[in-house]
Design a protein around this ligand. Structure first.
Ligand code: ADP
Length: 324
């Protein structure tokens, strides 16, 4: 079935059932069966008598389409596209350990095992969003590389704004919210030695044109479409996000000042500032409530603790925003 889809994806004109059958060495009846299955899966395929079939979906992702649309220097120059995969981070990790170059992109139409932090599930149904991972090879010690996840938040937020003109917020450390609900999650994974970063994998999931979320997510998740009523081209958004990532990342690498030159921008985008927060530490005795007051030069979240008025730096753990 997916071989029929590949043929349709790679042509801009109608292809007859007979020709598809010849290319795949199957009968016209079997081509028709596959077309029906693809339509059941949600692909929009037009058929015209004596002409054949045409994929009319206008937001198709494929290796060729992505490569020719990108205007970046490194990011996504080497692209691996999957109609379906377990997790783009998992696939990219394999490529990373086989010397794939900096900027390698793995992108999928859908993921069966999309992951969030701490083994949580990231829902990534087909056609609705951008599910991708980028390979970065920063020549810096691992402890300095951890802020890349914060830089990605800045870049994604800017990339979305350039295309849609909507302002998103960053929830520390790296969820992107639109009108208080999550439109993007970022999962950063690293492969490193004591003093050397082998590679960083930046996994990014953006809910672009999702129309409806399952009950367990509808209170916390949203999409650009739900908030704006506009269907956006995923390709345009991908290109914009990758360009912003390239800008932010190259500034970060060029300067030796680490995160400090980004801290002010990050703080201005950070929704935790001025809000009542619940901090759930990695150990039960470091959970507390307080108010977000700033971002440190290292990317930590400054929280004024309710119990004693002291300002503490949160560098790990969970932070939720309280509505009180
Ligand atoms: P957080 O750190 O905010 O808890 P993660 O970045 O680990 O979240 O992402 C996983 C969580 O995100 C899940 O537990 C679920 O609540 C939520 N989630 C899963 N899929 C989506 C999605 N497509 N859009 C928004 N939120 C999602």
């Amino acid at each position: 079935m997916y071989r029929v889809l590949e043929i349709l994806r790679n042509t801009t004109d109608y292809v007859s059932g007979e020709n598809i059958g010849k290319m795949l060495g199957v009968t016209r009846a079997s081509v028709w069966k596959h077309i029906r299955q693809l339509r059941n899966e949600g692909y929009q395929i037009t058929s015209v008598t004596n002409k054949g079939y045409l994929l009319t979906e206008n937001d198709i992702l494929s290796e060729n389409i992505i490569s020719s649309a990108l205007t970046t220097k490194d990011m996504g120059r080497n692209t691996h596209f999957f109609l379906e995969t377990d997790s783009t981070n998992t696939q990219l990790k394999l490529l990373g350990s086989k010397n794939a170059p900096h900027g390698t992109l793995v992108i999928a139409e859908s993921m069966t095992h999309g992951r969030g932090r701490l083994g949580r599930v990231w829902q990534s149904p087909k056609f609705t969003g951008l599910w991708f991972s980028l390979l970065l090879r920063p020549n810096i010690p691992p402890q300095n590389a951890s802020v890349i996840t914060l830089l990605a938040g800045i870049a994604v937020s800017r990339g979305i704004e350039k295309v849609t003109h909507v302002k998103t917020d960053i929830k520390w450390p790296n969820d992107i919210l639109l009108n208080g609900k999550k439109i993007c999650g970022i999962l950063t994974e690293m492969d490193c030695e004591m003093d050397k970063t082998n590679f960083v994998i930046l996994g990014i999931g953006v809910n672009v044109n999702t129309k409806i979320f399952p009950d367990d997510l509808s209170d916390i998740a949203t999409s650009i479409f739900i908030e704006t009523g506009v269907i956006y081209s995923r390709l345009d958004l991908l290109n914009s996000i990758l360009n912003e990532l390239e800008i932010v990342y190259s500034k970060f690498i060029a300067k030796s000042s680490g995160f400090s030159s980004f801290a002010r921008s990050y703080q201005s985008m950070c929704i935790n500032i001025g809000r009542n927060l619940q901090v759930i530490g990695t150990m039960s005795d470091n959970s507390f409530t307080g108010v977000g007051v700033g971002i440190t030069e290292d990317g930590g979240l400054l929280v004024k603790r309710d119990s004693d008025g002291c300002t503490v730096v949160v560098t790990a753990g969970e932070v939720s925003i309280r509505n009180t």
